[in-house]
Design a protein around this ligand. Structure first.
Ligand SMILES: *Cc1c(COP(=O)(O)O)cnc(C)c1O
Length: 379
C-alpha cells in the first residue's frame, strides 16, 4: 500500500522498464532518425509527464500527442521539445497551436490559412506536417488524388506564417503478418512525396512508421519514427515477430484485500449473483473496478494473483470493487497484495491476457487503467 495513492489500488509504472524500452527502440531505429515519442492519452495511461522526462534523458527531442490539451499539459510541465499534434485542429482552436508552439498536421489549405493567420497575430511562424491518407482512411490528402493535393499544398506553401516541415501518414496494417497492404501504403507515400517535391515544394521531414513498422518494415522508417505501444513494453499485435525487439512491460496493476470472509456453500457474490459458492469458501474484496479500467466483460474469465496463487474473480466486476475466491490461498489475510495485471516472477497476467479475453487490444487496457487509478512510479 502507498500512502500517496490514498486508496489500496494503484497502477505501478516502472520507469526503468520504460527506459529499457526506449533504448531498445533507439537501437532498432538507428541514431540518425528522429525519435518521436508518442505519449498521447497520458502516455497510453502511463503518465505523460513522467514518460516525457525519461524520453528527454534519452535525448528524445520530439513528442507526439493527440489533443491540444495533452500538449498544453506537457508545456505547463515545462516541456520545451517539439510537440506534434497527430489529429487535425479545427480553425476555432488554431490560436492554441500558436500560443503553445505545437506542430499541427494539415490536409486543407483553408485550415492552413487560419493557422498562418493565428501565428501572424502572435508574430510567429508555425511548422506543420502535411497529412496524407495512404490507406488508413482517417485524415489526410487522399494519396491518389495527386493533382488536387499538389495544387492545394502549393496554396499552403505560399502562406507567410506557416512552414511545411514535411509529410506524415499512418499505417493501417503494419502489425499484420501479411505486409502486402503496408507495401502498397509505402508505394503511395513515395509517389505522393515525389509528386510534391517535383512540384518544387520540399518535404524535408518524412514520417510514416508506427511501432509495428519499426519492428518489421525497415524501408518506411524515413526521417522520423513514431513509436507508441512498444515504449510501454507491449507488442502491437500477436502477429509481429517478438524476437525483433526485446521489451519490458511498464505498467502493473495492484491492490490490497480490504475485506475477507468465510462463507458456506450457496453464498453468492455481486450483481446478478454470477458466483455461487459450491464449497465452504474464502471471499476477498478488492477496491478496484470497471471505472478503473478493469473491464466488466472480463468478469467470468478474470484471474488475479494472490500470494503466488492464481485465483478466480468471483462474480461480476463492479464499478469500484470486485470479489475474489481466495479459498485455495493458505494464510490469506486482509491487506495481502492482489496482482490484477502484472507478474510475481512466476505467474503473469498480461495486458494481452485481459485484452484477448475481452475482445480488445492491449492499447485499450493500459489506457483504461490509466484513467482513475493513482499512479505509483518506481525505478
Ligand atoms: C497512435 C499513433 C502512433 C503510435 O502507434 P503505435 O502503434 O502505438 O506505435 C503513431 N502515429 C499516429 C498517427 C498515431 O495515431
Amino acid at each position: 500500500m502507498y500512502k500517496e495513492a490514498i486508496r489500496p489500488a494503484w497502477a505501478e509504472i516502472n520507469l526503468s522498464n520504460f527506459d529499457y524500452n526506449v533504448k531498445q527502440i533507439r537501437a532498432k531505429m538507428g541514431n540518425d532518425r528522429e525519435f518521436i515519442g508518442v505519449i498521447k492519452a497520458d502516455a497510453y495511461g502511463h503518465g505523460a509527464i513522467q514518460c516525457a522526462e525519461v524520453l528527454r534523458e534519452n535525448g528524445v527531442k520530439t513528442f507526439a500527442i493527440a489533443t491540444l490539451q495533452e500538449a498544453i499539459t506537457l508545456r505547463e510541465a515545462g516541456a520545451t521539445e517539439r510537440i506534434i499534434c497527430l489529429g487535425l485542429t479545427p480553425d476555432m482552436y488554431v490560436d492554441i497551436l500558436a500560443q503553445y508552439d505545437i506542430i499541427p498536421v494539415v490536409d486543407d489549405s483553408r485550415n492552413a490559412r487560419a493557422i498562418s493567420d493565428a501565428a501572424a497575430a502572435r508574430g510567429k511562424t508555425i511548422d506543420c506536417l502535411i497529412a496524407v491518407d495512404t490507406g488508413m482512411g482517417r485524415i489526410g490528402y487522399l494519396a491518389d488524388d495527386l493533382n488536387y493535393a499538389v495544387e492545394d499544398i502549393r496554396r499552403i506553401a505560399v502562406l507567410p506564417n506557416i512552414r511545411i516541415l514535411g509529410m506524415f501518414s499512418h499505417m493501417a496494417t503494419a502489425d499484420a503478418f501479411d505486409k502486402t497492404f503496408s507495401h502498397e501504403q509505402e508505394a503511395r507515400y513515395n509517389r505522393f512525396y515525389d509528386a510534391v517535391t517535383q512540384a518544387g515544394i520540399p518535404l524535408p521531414f518524412r514520417t510514416l512508421a508506427n511501432s509495428a513498422s519499426i519492428m518489421e518494415l525497415p524501408t518506411v522508417l524515413f526521417d522520423g519514427c513514431r513509436p507508441g505501444i512498444i515504449l510501454y513494453g507491449q507488442y502491437p499485435s500477436h502477429e509481429v515477430d517478438k524476437n525483433q525487439l526485446s521489451l519490458k512491460p511498464v505498467m502493473q496493476v495492484k491492490a490490497n484485500i480490504v475485506h475477507l470472509k468465510y462463507v458456506p456453500p450457496g453464498f453468492s457474490c455481486g450483481y446478478g449473483r454470477k458466483f455461487i459458492a459450491n464449497r465452504p469458501s474464502a471471499i476477498a474484496t478488492v477496491g478496484l473496478g470497471y471505472a478503473d479500467g478493469y473491464p466488466r466483460p472480463y468478469s467470468s474469465k478474470a484471474r488475479v494473483i494472490v500470494n503466488g496463487q492464481i485465483c478466480n474473480v468471483a462474480g461480476n466486476i463492479c464499478m469500484d470493487q470486485f470479489m475474489v475466491d481466495v479459498t485455495d490461498v493458505p494464510g490469506v489475510k486482509v491487506g495481502d497484495e492482489v496482482i490484477v495485471m502484472g507478474t510475481d516472477g512466476v505467474n503473469t497476467i498480461s495486458a494481452d491476457d485481459i485484452a484477448d479475453a475481452t475482445g480488445t487490444i492491449n492499447y485499450e487496457i493500459t489506457c483504461a487503467f490509466g484513467q482513475r487509478l493513482p499512479k505509483v512510479f518506481v525505478k
